[in-house]
Design a protein around this ligand. Structure first.
Ligand code: SAM
Length: 293
């Protein structure tokens, strides 16, 4: 008997951003396990399938149920928004398997399930692309939820992101019971980068009620966000440019020197030794000399 569990990220909301492989996995499944909103986003694709819609907060129950259904022979898709491996359900599936392997669960049948994880476009990518290219250089994500992670750890990571001058995308910026962390994160980052640093506030990205706002870092306030919002803070080089009625945010990769000297941008390497197609290469003069002598 085939025992198949698809662990599927469906992207930020726009159906056209769901990967073809994710669509195929959902079509092939008889049972869908998800928070109801995600099934709503999928609309007709979910027709004629058994829905297992467990509410927010019942993540462990959802992962268990998905493994149980698949182990019983029902081809099952466990579904999350964005990428299912980023602050989402995939981890729990593997944590449960790990527990079983350590003898801490009583479900040997889970070990026979074939698991395929299918990635999706995460909120930070959706947001960055809506305003241009904000993730153009090194970046990180930090979840501001201290439900599962001690606040001291989160605080330490915000300082590290500031010190490293990473573009930072904050997930779970607030919740109904939690509203002070984002302002704290803003104040920490202001110790490391200018007050004028551009910030993207993206709400319900790529969905019908999408809202996008661009503010300066010193104007960012928790009152501007809710749990459907992702906040990306530029690094010290990020730029906010305005062309008529269009506004863009981007984070340069370091081409400026080359552009200034009249470079075409289509030479073999850019100023930091990265090929134009993004492949890392080491073609500095010194290295070339070493190779040729
Ligand atoms: C539990 S995390 C899930 C992240 C998801 N797996 C992803 O890769 O995008 C939930 C948080 O993701 C962010 N988020 C997810 N989808 C979003 C969207 N379409 N628009 C804005 N923020 C979103 C919000 O910060 C939200 O509080």
């Amino acid at each position: 008997m085939r025992k198949q569990l698809y662990v599927v990220g469906i992207g930020p909301g726009d159906l056209e951003l769901v990967a073809p492989k994710a669509l195929k996995a959902i079509q092939a499944s008889s049972d869908l396990v998800a928070y109801g909103l995600y099934l709503d986003l999928l609309g007709d694709l979910c027709q004629n399938k058994e829905h297992h819609d467990l509410p927010l907060g019942e993540e462990i129950g959802r992962a268990r149920l998905a493994l149980d259904l698949a182990a019983s022979g029902k081809t099952t898709a466990l579904i999350s928004s964005g990428d299912i491996g980023i602050y989402a359900m995939a981890t729990l599936v593997f944590e449960l398997l790990d527990q079983q392997l350590q003898g801490l669960e009583q479900h040997p049948e889970w070990l026979d399930v074939d698991i395929e994880v299918i990635p999706g476009i995460s909120a930070m990518q959706a947001g960055a692309s809506r305003v241009g290219a904000l993730l153009g250089h090194d970046f990180c994500t930090i979840s501001l939820s201290d439900l599962l992670t001690p606040w001291e750890t989160i605080d330490q990571r915000i300082h590290s992101a500031g010190q490293g001058d990473f573009v930072v995308s904050f997930y779970n910026p607030v919740s109904k019971k939690r509203d002070w962390q984002l302002n704290h994160a803003r104040d920490v980052l202001l110790q490391y980068r200018p007050a004028s640093t551009p910030v993207l506030i993206g709400r319900q990205l790529t969905r019908s009620d999408e809202q996008i706002r661009i503010v300066r870092l010193d104007q960012l306030d928790a009152s501007q966000v809710d749990m459907f919002t992702m906040v990306s803070v530029g690094n010290s080089e990020s730029r906010h440019i305005i062309n008529g009625s269009k506004e863009w945010l981007y984070t340069p990769r370091g081409y400026r020197k080359k552009l200034k000297t009249g470079g075409t941008g289509v030479d073999e390497t850019d100023v930091d030794g990265t090929d134009v197609d993004g492949t890392d290469v080491d073609r500095t003069e010194n290295v070339l000399q070493e190779v040729t002598v």
